[in-house]
Design a protein around this ligand. Structure first.
Ligand SMILES: Nc1ncnc2c1ncn2[C@@H]1O[C@H](COP(=O)(O)OP(=O)(O)OP(=O)(O)O)[C@@H](O)[C@H]1O
Ligand SMILES: [Mg+2]
Length: 259
């Protein structure tokens, strides 16, 4: 499956992307994790230390120049070799699920255009989009993309090959309005399979009255174990609530597959 996670800042995109990638790998799949978020935290949320994170793609100026050029941009660069050469292996949070082999997780850190080195934002963005498109278009792979707030990184061609968009929101009016905007933009790009994850839901949050939100809602409660864990450790894996989260993620994936 190719999944993208989007939503307003701080709503839980990275947390859910890290948990989903780990779940897929524990099911036996080989998963590409793509950090396309400004905060670059998918690796740390998956248990890597800062020192283990690769340099963001957008900051590799020579590589950007080599593949994209300067001025006259090559918008169709050769990128097939890049995922394997730029990614780092990420250990699974816990053993594979019963009866399954251990899959793998590999992390690619894209960075965001705003974080790109001086003056080459367009070039870096073109390379980022090309790598993302390559991963998403490749058949048979599993991809989990932690997006910046919106879906801008997914061009039209890439977006239509995403199997599912997970729009993450807190149960607040503002967060839900952003979620509705993202959902609409993604639909316009051709991403029709979408779920809304209502994160930190007290259980009774209403989403009525906001049109254009994904029709299917998965509710994730406040995870006390995560609140405690985050005081000392950025990893979101192996929480006391991990089993319950596996069940929620399984139902989220089931909804997306059956759309
Ligand atoms: N259900 C939850 N219960 C408790 N804490 C949570 C929950 N979901 C996320 N968090 C915590 O909230 C914080 C923000 O989550 P996260 O980093 O996943 O959000 P984000 O949408 O990726 O943010 P950003 O926009 O900065 O990238 C983290 O400290 C995370 O551990
Ligand atoms: Mg994030």
């Amino acid at each position: 499956m190719k999944l993208a996670f989007a939503g307003k800042g701080g709503v839980g995109k990275t947390t859910l992307a890290a948990l989903t990638a780990d779940y897929l790998a524990r099911l036996g799949h080989d998963v590409w994790m793509v950090d396309a978020d400004t905060a670059l935290s998918l690796g740390q949320a998956s248990g890597l230390s800062r020192a283990e994170l690769p340099a963001p793609l957008v900051q590799r100026e020579e590589l950007v120049r080599e593949r994209i050029g300067m001025g006259l941009l090559n918008l169709n660069p050769e990128v097939r070799d890049l995922p394997a050469s730029l990614a780092v292996d990420v250990p699974l949070g816990s053993p594979p699920l019963p009866g399954r082999r251990a899959g793998t997780k590999r992390l690619l850190v894209m960075g965001s255009v705003s974080a790109a080195g001086g003056g080459c934002a367009c070039e870096a963005n073109a390379l980022l989009k090309a790598v993302l498109a390559h991963l998403v278009l490749e058949q048979g792979t599993h991809v989990v993309v932690d997006l910046e707030a919106g879906v801008e990184h997914l061009g039209r061609g890439t977006a239509s090959h995403v199997d599912g968009l997970v729009v993450v929101s807190e149960p607040s009016r503002r967060s839900l309005e952003t979620a509705a905007d993202i959902s609409r933009l993604a639909r316009e790009l051709g991403v029709l399979r979408q779920v809304l994850v209502l994160n930190r839901d007290p259980g009774h949050a209403q989403v009525a009255g906001i049109t254009e939100l994904p029709a299917t809602v998965v509710r994730v409660p406040v995870l006390a174990g995560l609140v405690e864990r985050q005081l000392t450790d950025p990893s979101v894996l192996t929480l006391p609530e991990s089993r319950a989260m596996d069940v929620l993620i399984q139902s989220m994936l089931h909804f997306l597959r059956s759309m």
